[in-house]
Design a protein around this ligand. Structure first.
Ligand code: 6R9
Length: 650
């Protein structure tokens, strides 16, 4: 066995796993040879109001990117996530809510019946506020049960939700409200996190100053903290009390939009990724069951925030469609101390635990004792998502957290893909630390030569990762801009969905993601477009020009390195460095704050004025011995200055 093969599942009972190695091979073949038959069968895992007669109708042809799954079927997502479970598991816990601070709040166990009650009430509140099928609702909430109620209430009445992560700034929120022309914003007074409080309502008020006057605002009183109250504000919990607890689910077409989620790309402002109803839910539900080897009675915990796609698919929609018990955590991994995750796993008897490499690295740094204090024997499967996981962190996760018994599923996927694309399966895959390994059912990865776009056959090869055919969870369009969808994902390599990631297919045919090949930085598993940070920097009055790249960071995976050229007459100083970092933080949000700011009297540009980011990346990586060809630069001497004044990364 090659040395990177690893089978940690000595205590994992593979005999009860949903899929074994042979089963995977068989089902994968079936899924790509006859997608209509395979997905036609899988679609039956949902309850349809009108059964579909067509399964797959998709085209990746240039100029005609058109993706439809189960297109003549009708269903309701909330009915699938709640109502159909009432008869058999009405009293089972659907959501375990784990508050930020156990000193001030107690965890809640919300049964499927209680979930039904709350979601119907909130749906009726939305209807009373004039929200109709197809209208957009922006959700800007902490990780509280009302966030899930709001998502499901929208789904119940056919409104399209767009969640904005509570860490985003008023400006980012305003852009997203305007971007989808939302009728309503749902927010809270404050968001407690790690013992601190973010003033969400006040952020929303600032954002709404830039929006149309007729946008309403529904406010959840989470902490009871002081907020201003304006004519457009309504008290969410009070209205829910008064509302009816019955609200019939709207009949939705399989291809009606379920949600919009903004994500960063390599150019321009964030894009509104659109996911639809039928295919998305089939895919979220099937991947949740198979990839995490989910069984009745399991307690599933995905530590993501619902502001990211991982929270959509694997806190709310996938688990609830499967009738699971899903944990929703308001806090952070290190509050009140570095044992929080493990203490919470013990207290709730968590069986599947799904988190990001950045959290694993941070907790690994805090030492093994924090883990060893707690009984993690209920854990069966561990998951990783958001960025490549380095083997050191993988081994620690496997040995210290999983006790060598729990297979780790390193799931590669994207906001755009709706659910897992490449991942090992528990009990079916011999694991390799750091590899996403093999395609999920229906996913056809190809490795392309980056410049020629030629398909690279065979193993032990490297290139860019594309997908040759559609899968049900795929995004359908960019909100309001189908041309941008076609250009971004199908423009570079005709006939293929382009992931934006590089990958290697090793000698065994397993896939390893090597990271983004475009101008997207992955900071603690969160996507940030360099263009977004640059445009925030140049919006500052003292900045003439800025270029932003990623650099390796021990905990975050990548940090943000900004090269800044100041306006004439401006003096560089440490105070100004801090001012610029804080400015970006205020413009976009804390995750976009540059870690390092280097003063750049000039930026390396080609004669046509294009910034040569390759060079800036190398300098930021401290790899300036290998700058490559600099002869096309308009002024090669700027490079020497940048090298001489590069920032110390420690
Ligand atoms: C789900 C999610 C997508 C980007 C993606 C890739 C990186 C995600 C990964 C991974 C290596 C994994 N990524 N999972 N890289 N191994 N298991 O994270 O969506 O926020 O859209 O980010 O994250 O670079 O292209 P999103």
């Amino acid at each position: 066995m090659p040395k990177d093969h690893h089978t940690p599942s000595s205590g994992f009972d593979a005999s009860t796993a949903h899929v074994d190695a042979d089963g995977y091979a068989r089902m994968y073949q079936a899924s790509v040879q006859d997608p209509d038959a395979f997905w036609g069968e899988q679609g039956k895992r949902l309850d349809w109001m009108t059964p579909y007669t067509k399964v797959k109708n998709t085209s990746f042809a240039p100029g005609n990117i058109d993706i439809r799954w189960f297109e003549d079927g009708t269903l309701n997502v909330a009915a699938n996530c709640i109502d159909r479970h009432l008869e058999t598991r009405g009293d089972q816990t659907a959501i375990i809510w784990e508050p930020d601070d156990l000193g001030t709040d107690a965890p809640q166990h919300i049964t499927y019946r209680q979930l039904h009650d709350k979601v119907c009430r909130m749906a009726n509140v939305l209807l009373d506020l004039g929200v109709e099928k197809g209208d957009r609702v922006v959700i800007y909430l902490p990780m509280i049960p009302e966030a899930a109620y709001a998502m499901l209430a929208c789904a119940r009445i056919g409104a399209i939700h767009s969640i904005v992560f509570a860490g985003f700034s008023p400006d980012a929120l305003a852009a997203r409200i305007q971007g989808c022309d939302a009728k309503l914003v749902i927010t809270a007074d404050e968001a407690p996190r790690g013992g601190r409080k973010t003033p969400l309502k006040s952020n929303a008020d600032q954002a709404l100053l830039h929006c149309k006057d007729d946008v309403s605002c529904l406010v959840v009183k989470r902490t009871g903290g002081q907020t201003t109250w304006t004519a457009r504000d309504r008290d969410c919990l009070a209205l829910m009390e008064e509302a009816s607890d019955e609200c019939p689910p709207e009949e939705m077409g399989a291809e009606d939009p379920l949600f919009i989620l903004y994500t960063s790309g390599s150019t321009g402002q964030p894009k509104g990724v659109v996911h639809t109803t039928g295919g998305y839910l089939v895919y979220a539900s099937l991947t949740h069951e198979i990839v995490f080897d989910y069984h009745e009675g399991d307690v599933f915990w995905c530590t993501a925030d619902v502001g990211w796609v991982t929270g959509h698919s694997y806190i709310v929609y996938g688990p609830l469609a499967n009738g699971a018990t899903t944990v929703m955590f308001e806090g952070v991994p290190t509050y009140p101390d570095a044992g929080r995750f493990w203490e919470t796993c013990e207290r709730h008897g968590v069986t599947q635990f799904y988190t990001a490499p950045t959290a694993i690295r941070a907790l690994m740094g805090a030492g093994d004792d924090w883990v060893k204090k707690y009984d993690l024997s209920a854990l069966r499967v561990l998951g990783s998502v958001g960025e490549p996981i380095n083997p050191e962190a993988w081994n620690w996760y496997n040995e210290v957290v999983g006790g060598g018994r729990c297979p780790i599923v390193d799931t590669f996927w994207q906001t755009e893909t709706g659910g897992h694309m490449l991942t090992p399966l528990p009990g079916a895959t011999k694991l390799k630390p750091g590899a996403a390994q093999q395609p999920f059912f229906g996913v056809q990865p190809v490795v392309l030569e980056p410049t020629s776009g030629k398909v690279i056959e065979g193993n032990d090869v490297e290139g860019v990762l594309c997908i040759a055919d559609s899968w049900p969870g795929q995004m359908r369009t960019v909100w309001g801009d189908h041309a941008r969808f076609e250009k971004t994902y199908f423009g570079d390599y005709a006939g293929y969905y382009f992931s934006g990631d590089g990958c290697r297919r090793d000698a065994d045919g397993d896939y390893w993601i090597t990271g983004r090949v475009d101008d997207v930085i992955n900071v603690s598993g969160h996507r940030m477009g360099t263009a977004e940070v640059e445009s925030a920097l140049v919006a500052h009055e003292k900045v003439a020009e800025a270029a932003v790249v990623g650099y390796p960071h021990d905990v975050k995976g990548q940090g943000i390195y900004a090269y800044v050229t100041l306006m004439d007459g401006q003096e560089p100083s440490d105070a100004l460095r801090k001012e610029l970092s804080d400015w970006v933080r205020a413009e976009i949000g804390p995750i976009a704050k540059p870690d390092l700011v280097q003063w750049a009297p000039g930026l390396p540009k080609t004669r046509s004025g294009k910034i040569m980011r390759r060079i800036l990346r190398k300098i930021a990586e401290d790899d300036f011995g290998a700058l490559g060809d600099t002869s096309t630069l308009a002024d090669p001497s700027v490079v020497d200055d940048l090298i001489a004044n590069r920032m110390n990364r420690t």
